[in-house]
Design a binder for this molecule. Structure first.
Ligand SMILES: Cc1ncc(COP(=O)(O)O)c(C=O)c1O
Length: 368
């Protein structure tokens, strides 16, 4: 390749897209006579609720540009849901829809203009917090104690409870300490809560709950996603709710760059947030899969850590994660190596619950 024109390739190096490294193991797992059980990436496989599909279809005629801030129906649905499900005290000045939540995880530091600052993220974390920091010209810093850092250097703190990959749920008290530190020093606390409604052993709490942030949204932003809770990953539906100043800054930047949630998706989001029945049904499916898979994994000699909520079993055989990934691939099972999520994950694998009942059953037998 020719030398890049002056400056145009000056962007910070991004890490290799992690999933590419799994390709040889996927190949190996596919050779199993009964086919692969893919428990790696965690993509939903159950049907999108019919009422959501119908809302999408009913809004299919959309010749004009959608509003960045969302339709009035969407804005009131986001507020109503945040009050009802999170215990938040919010108005329409506190919400903005996003194109999935990954878009905001990766772009928040850019949209807030945090260039040159540190972005603190959990020591074991979804890789996109790190990528988003780099894209913005920030320094990603992995830490389990944001309050131990010099606040003058910090532009943003990411929290993620329940955690991907560990499924760990943080207590209201733990979250409150970080929120109070952020408020004291003027550092925004962003909480990625996309697994909040998928809990098994410990009830997660939003940063917007009064027990954490005292009925005020000051300095706090929560991110939510419909991908997992509503089987809507293909729709790309998410939103942010919290601090009105942060929401206004994010909204203004999104208007300029055209991050407009498509109109039919906005309508589908309203339908999904207004219906709790499909969530209960989906949660039950995952509960049964977890109840089948977890004992099988443990019987095979793995230790399952945390995993109190969310869609993953965080497991170890006390060996290098790639060795475990290979052991699983020999049995036709594909899992994510813990090293994808930080150096502290080097001896763990992440096993997703997002496969059909038939495939979960096959996996349980292969572990056994
Ligand atoms: C912790 C976490 N945040 C954000 C996302 C992004 O999800 P989406 O963009 O589908 O809302 C994921 C997806 O797996 C995730 O695990």
């Amino acid at each position: 390749m020719k030398e890049p024109l002056q400056g145009w390739a000056a962007r910070a190096q991004l890490p290799q897209f992690p999933w590419d490294q799994l390709a040889p193991y996927a190949e190996q797992a596919r050779r199993h006579p009964d086919g692969i059980v893919d428990l790696s990436i965690g993509t939903p496989v159950d049907p999108t609720p019919v009422l959501v599909q119908q809302a999408l279809q009913a809004a299919a005629d959309a010749p004009g540009y959608p509003l960045t801030i969302g339709t009035p129906a969407l804005r009131s649905a986001l507020v109503e849901w945040s009050v009802r499900r999170l215990g938040a005290t919010v108005t329409e000045a506190n919400v903005v829809p996003s194109i999935g939540s990954k878009e905001l995880v990766s772009l928040l530091p850019v949209l807030l203009g945090l260039h040159g600052k540190q972005v603190l993220l959990p020591a074991l974390a979804y890789p996109t917090y790190d990528v988003g920091a780099r894209l913005a010209g920030c320094e990603p810093v992995a830490t389990n104690d944001p309050t131990a850092h010099d606040p003058a250097a910090v532009g943003l703190v990411w929290l993620n409870s329940p955690s991907n990959p560990t499924g760990r749920v943080q207590s209201a008290e733990e979250l409150r300490q970080v929120v109070e530190w952020g408020r004291e020093h003027g550092v925004l606390i962003a909480s990625d809560e996309c697994y909040l409604e998928l809990d098994w052993e410990r009830e997660p709490v939003s940063v917007l709950h009064p027990s954490v942030s005292g009925s005020s949204t000051e300095g706090v932003l929560a991110l939510h996603s419909l991908s997992k809770r509503s089987n809507l990953a293909g729709y790309r539906a998410g939103f942010a709710v919290g601090d009105a100043t942060a929401i206004a800054l994010v909204t203004e930047a999104r208007k300029h760059i055209g991050l407009l949630p498509p109109a039919p998706i906005q309508a589908a989001t309203v339908a999904a947030l207004g219906d709790d029945a499909h969530l209960a049904e989906q949660k039950e499916r995952y509960r049964l899969r977890r109840e089948q898979l977890k004992p099988a994994v443990e019987k095979a000699g793995f230790r399952v850590e945390h995993s109190e909520a969310g869609l993953y079993l965080w497991c170890t055989r006390d060996e290098d994660c790639w060795q475990t990934v290979g052991w699983l691939a020999d049995r036709g099972i594909l899992a994510a190596p813990g090293a994808f999520y930080g150096v502290a994950g080097a001896r763990h694998v992440r096993v997703a619950l997002t496969a059909t009942d038939e495939r979960i059953n096959a996996a349980a037998n292969r572990f056994g």
